[in-house]
Design a protein around this ligand. Structure first.
Ligand SMILES: C[S@@+](CC[C@H](N)C(=O)[O-])C[C@H]1O[C@@H](n2cnc3c(N)ncnc32)[C@H](O)[C@@H]1O
Length: 419
């Protein structure tokens, strides 16, 4: 047998194997959709159970599984036909290098739709039908009508948003472009409106880039970056980031505070705090401290309560949440949010600011919680956010929708404690 023929056969055998593994993982991932299942952790375990999975394998199978979850209501019937399901998924998924390697297996050689928002058309559906992909209660919960642009955003994964954390010595954009493919390089640019914000394609290989390893840039979704830029006055003094998670906002806050203030971060998840500490170290910022115990005393000029929530604003990044969240979960979250907000409001100094935010698009977790808070906490008044980037606080906070800046969805409102 000649060598090229052998290579072709090996390649086909590999593709066949990849498709078999993908299908089995997709079937098994459906069992992780029960409400309350830690989907990402379980998926990680599922990948580990496959033995020798490298980062490329994980990227490939995750992209296929997440694509499946985005379109689940339309794809369930295709589970009966493995080849048909995989061919469809390969066309719907983002054309990453790993996905591209699967193209030749498409039986009908259909060209991949280059415009991500139009890919659903291969399923012979119209844009308005995309609503069928969302949980039926969702439209009733949002404070803006679920429009076609909303739907198109919710079914596509967002780009990689970066925040410039340190003034770069030389042109950062050029350095990021230097390690990108020509296609990726074309999409790397500074945002024209949002300070320090950079756009890169979702598949940009950032993990080993010196600018990332040395803390010159951090990963932070654009809407999350917008949040602190909407405060009426730049933050000053002593701040508490009460629900800091892995520190996305802690780092940005520390940057905005320096050299006039500092931020103390807390989160009940010690693993998140460990990640926060390593990111803080990388950033070189010295005005961040971490609390391992929930703070019960103290008086802060600002307290940020970025509360745990349903995460519906992050469905495009975490499509499993769209499949796991039930309407009753939203109401449970709202109760927890109100209680967390009230408990940390006691740490706000007289004249200080309390910031409440969620990455939910449900008004029950957002405006309704803020209203209930103001009903009982008479020392606080709503303080309107700054009208920037086209947003306007009409007395009920601001919702940044995923389609506004091609990022996550979130809600933010602020309360001033009276002197
Ligand atoms: C939306 S996430 C925070 C994201 C983070 N602020 C960021 O910018 O990356 C909500 C966080 O609240 C934490 N949390 C849950 N219950 C809490 C509580 N009672 N007090 C403080 N944090 C809590 C969760 O562990 C989770 O990390």
């Amino acid at each position: 047998m000649s060598k090229p023929l052998l290579n072709k056969e090996l390649r086909l055998a590999r593709l066949h194997n990849q498709r078999r593994i993908a299908f089995s993982l997709i079937e098994r991932s459906r069992t992780l959709l029960k409400p309350g299942t830690a989907f990402t952790r379980e998926l990680h375990e599922l990948f580990r159970s496959q033995g020798r999975f490298g980062s490329k394998d994980r990227r490939l199978y995750r992209e296929l599984i997440y694509t499946f979850l985005r379109y689940l209501p339309w794809l369930e019937e295709k589970l009966k036909d493995q080849d048909n399901l995989l061919d469809t998924l390969i066309q719907l998924a983002a054309p990453t290098p790993e996905i591209r390697s699967l193209y030749p297996t498409l039986s009908d050689k259909t060209a991949h739709e280059s415009i991500s928002e139009q890919r659903f058309k291969i399923l012979k559906r119209e844009a308005h039908q995309l609503e069928e992909l969302l949980p039926p209660w969702f439209g009733e919960h949002t404070n803006r009508k679920v429009s076609i642009p909303t739907l198109l955003t919710l079914i596509t994964r967002p780009p990689l948003w970066l925040r410039i954390q340190r003034d770069p010595k030389e042109d950062l954009v050029d350095r990021l472009k230097a390690t990108a493919t020509p296609e990726q390089a074309e999409q790397i640019a500074k945002h024209p409106l949002i300070p320090d914000c950079l756009h890169a394609p979702a598949d940009y290989p950032l993990a080993n880039h010196p600018s990332y390893l040395e803390g010159e840039v951090e990963i932070q979704d654009i809407s999350s970056q917008i949040l602190l830029n909407l405060l009426k006055e730049p933050p000053r003094g002593k701040w508490l980031d009460a629900c800091a998670g892995a520190g996305g906002k802690t780092l940005q806050l520390a940057n905005l505070l320096k050299p006039y203030g500092k931020v103390t971060a807390f989160d009940p998840r010690s693993s998140a705090l460990r990640e926060l500490q390593s990111r803080a170290k990388r950033s070189g910022l010295r005005n961040i401290s971490v609390l391992q115990q929930r703070p019960t005393k103290g008086s802060y000029d600002g307290v940020l309560v970025d509360a745990p929530c349903s995460g519906s604003g992050t469905w495009r990044r975490h499509p499993y949440l769209m499949r796991q969240t039930r309407e009753e979960d939203i109401f449970d979250h709202a109760k927890t949010q109100l209680s967390i907000l009230k408990s940390y409001s006691t740490l706000v100094a007289d004249g200080g600011l309390l910031v409440y935010s969620t990455c939910s698009l449900s008004r029950h977790e957002n405006e309704a919680v803020a209203e209930r808070f103001l009903e009982t906490e008479k020392a606080f008044r709503h303080e309107p956010l700054s009208p920037r980037f086209g947003f306007q606080d009409r007395g009920r906070g601001i919702t940044v929708h995923p389609e506004d800046h091609n990022g996550d969805g979130l809600y933010v409102t602020t309360f001033r404690k009276q002197d």
